[in-house]
Design a protein around this ligand. Structure first.
Ligand code: GDP
Ligand code: MN
Length: 376
């Protein structure tokens, strides 16, 4: 789960990391008072779950009161377009005192799944062009297991920032690590961490990603979820207790069991198509749950065909058939639906579907499924 910059900065503050004074503004009529509170020069920042706000017009530095008011009115309510995150509507802005930057550091503590370690990523070339730096000058970005940082001064010393700054930087890294461990974060990033003209370190930006699977332990973090930022289909699925991930393809799939769901996505790919989602309805899904899962699939406008691949072990095939039947009856579906079922009460399931009067293509096995999907 991601959170907003203003929320991440509050957490930083709680942990003792310097952040600029700021105030959150959600209504146009509050803009004047917010800017008066912070004073000028100030920075107006769109609060959306995306990086690269600076480059897309979502961050403006204003030198005086009038330009601050103008920038705030422009950014609050605007639509920002991002390469990665798509279109984001700005519901909230952060109005922040301006900091005089001498140098911008990139700092990140994150999980590296390849080496199965928490790693520290750090660069003296922080700021808005960090992506270009990583492509053109990868040697300027240091990536080391966090234990190397704890074991030796070599990593920080190699940055040659001077004793005082290095000491402060070291403290911040320790605090970020503490935050990662205590709050089950997958990533904490500060870009830029400003070295100010008077040699203080201030986090000008803040990004935190939490581990969804550990959220149940952190009620305080769970409260920070902004539902407007979540994928609406994934949000719906979460509420229904389904394991669902939205993907970029066109074949919606419904499967029971994560392993079978992975296999099913492989099959779709093998047939030359792409899955629109991962959906595991779970082992013992009821027909009501199947019905809801099916409705969720067809509500996704990207889905052009549905492949249902069920192994009836704990889940009975007749429950599955009833659920699909009930959903399809109320929905008036035009999409091709391919079903492969195997296992407990398969015959009853097939007969329910055959008697439903709806158009399902029931395939005998996975080979036939591949042939049918290939021709869609
Ligand atoms: P991002 O583009 O979404 O990563 O947004 P950031 O919060 O990083 O802001 C973009 C850029 O604005 C930063 O890289 C800084 O260069 C600049 N910026 C942000 N806050 C301040 C500030 O207080 N003073 C100055 N001079 N620049 C700032
Ligand atoms: Mn940034």
């Amino acid at each position: 789960m991601k959170i907003h910059e203003y929320q991440a900065k509050q957490l930083f503050k709680d942990y003792g990391i310097n952040v600029p004074n700021s105030v959150l503004c959600e209504k146009k009529e509050d803009i004047d008072a917010c800017i008066e509170q912070i004073g000028t020069p100030c920075v107006i920042k769109a609060q959306v779950h995306s990086g690269a706000r600076g480059k897309s017009g979502g961050v403006k530095i204003a030198d005086n009161y009038d330009s601050a008011i103008e920038a705030a009115h422009k950014i609050l309510g605007m639509e920002l377009i991002f390469k990665q995150a798509g279109i984001k509507f700005v519901n909230k802005i952060l109005i922040e005192e301006e900091v005089n930057i001498k140098k911008e550091i990139y700092l990140c503590v994150t999980f590296d799944r390849n080496c199965e370690e928490i790693v520290l990523i750090i660069s003296k070339e922080g700021g808005m062009d960090i992506e270009e730096v990583s492509q053109l000058y990868p040697e300027k970005i240091f990536r080391v297991p966090i234990k190397d940082f704890f074991n030796s001064n070599a990593v920080l010393n190699s940055l040659e920032l001077g004793e005082e700054i290095t000491e402060k930087l070291s403290e911040i890294i320790i605090l970020l690590y503490k935050l990662v461990i205590e709050k089950d974060a997958l990533q904490v990033e500060i870009n830029p961490l400003a070295i100010t003209v008077d040699d203080n370190l201030v986090a000008l930006d803040a990004k935190i990603v939490f581990d969804d699977n550990a959220l149940y332990k952190h009620n305080d973090i769970m409260l920070l979820k902004d539902e407007a930022e979540e994928n609406p289909y994934e949000l719906k699925a979460q509420k229904l207790g389904l394991n669902y991930v939205k993907l970029k393809g066109r074949i919606g799939c419904m499967v029971n069991g994560a392993g079978l769901a992975m296999t099913t996505m492989d099959i779709i790919k093998y047939a030359g198509k792409k899955a629109a989602n991962f959906l595991d309805v779970g082992g013992g899904a009821s027909s009501e749950k199947i019905e809801q899962a099916f409705k969720l699939l067809v509500s996704d406008k990207d889905v052009s065909a549905i492949f249902i691949n069920i192994f009836g072990g704990i889940l009975r095939c007749d429950y599955l058939a009833e659920g699909i039947n009930n959903a399809a009856r109320t929905l008036n579906i035009e999409l091709p639906i391919i079903i492969r079922m195997e296992g407990t009460n398969k015959e009853q399931g097939i007969s329910i579907l055959n008697n439903s009067g709806l158009k399902f293509k029931i395939v005998q096995d996975l080979n036939e499924a591949i042939e049918v999907i290939r021709k869609i």
